[in-house]
Write a protein that binds this ligand. Structure first.
Ligand SMILES: *Cc1c(COP(=O)(O)O)cnc(C)c1O
Length: 227
């Protein structure tokens, strides 16, 4: 299937699952995850209406930005090393993968230098997998409170990468747990923290994630094909 058709199909499924869950499709942003794919393919997705793109590597992100139209919103979704923060400040619409206070502090420092406020999500290792980055759920509130004190960083919500499973239903409890946690955090009204974004769901499980309250889904394979 061509990229445009795949995109249409993913959008349709998001809408269907919103309907199932009694949500408005406007609540869910589709991020086209274009990592490892050539710019020609990204342009095809752009032609088909995609404006939000996700990359997981700083080098690839910064190489692609100048080759693509300016109205694209770029999401950094992969692990970010503190020594690379400088390269992405001012160039992303949202950094999904803040997984340590140290990294947030570096984003604060570089953002201050540029007189900017950088929007971020805290990555939560909701399933406690050894192979994954992110805060454990029980450490996330304390991290939120500490990061909320940084004036040039704005926490917009949470992100998780659910386990790789054969049956997407297996991830439903994880998505539900993160949704409930975000509602709980929202109710605490922490200054400078606005819990509106819940980035969860990939090609294999985005439909379940939408049913469970995702406001951003990150779909790569389902749009661009296998990597
Ligand atoms: C690669 C990647 C995705 C997209 O994965 P697909 O299974 O291809 O949809 C989503 N989120 C993150 C953090 C990724 O690295």
């Amino acid at each position: 299937m061509a990229i445009g058709e795949c995109l249409k199909e993913v959008r349709k499924r998001i809408e269907e699952n919103c309907r199932i869950a009694g949500r408005s499709p406007d609540e869910v942003t589709l991020i086209a995850v274009s990592k490892t794919k050539p710019v020609e393919m990204l342009l095809e997705a752009y032609e088909a209406g995609a404006r939000q793109f996700g990359e997981n590597k700083v080098q690839e992100l910064t190489a692609k930005i100048p080759q693509m139209p300016e109205d694209i919103k770029w999401h950094l979704i992969g692990h970010l090393q503190t020594n690379k923060v400088r390269q992405v400040i001012g160039r992303t619409t949202l950094i999904h993968s803040v997984d340590s206070i140290r990294l947030a502090k570096e984003i604060e420092r570089e953002s201050e230098k540029h007189n900017l406020v950088t929007d971020i999500l805290l990555e939560v290792n909701a399933a406690r997998e050894d192979s994954k980055f992110g805060f454990y759920l029980e450490d996330t509130e304390e991290a939120l409170r500490q990061i909320s004190l940084f004036p040039h960083v704005r926490v917009k919500g949470l992100m998780t990468i659910a386990p790789f499973v054969a049956n997407a239903e297996d991830n439903r409890p994880i998505f539900r747990k993160l949704y409930e946690f975000s509602v709980d955090m929202k109710s605490k009204n922490i200054d400078n923290v606005n819990m509106t974004v819940l980035s969860m769901g990939m090609t294999g499980d985005y439909e379940v994630a939408v049913q469970e309250g995702a406001t951003m889904v990150r779909v790569g394979t389902g749009i661009f094909g296998v990597r």
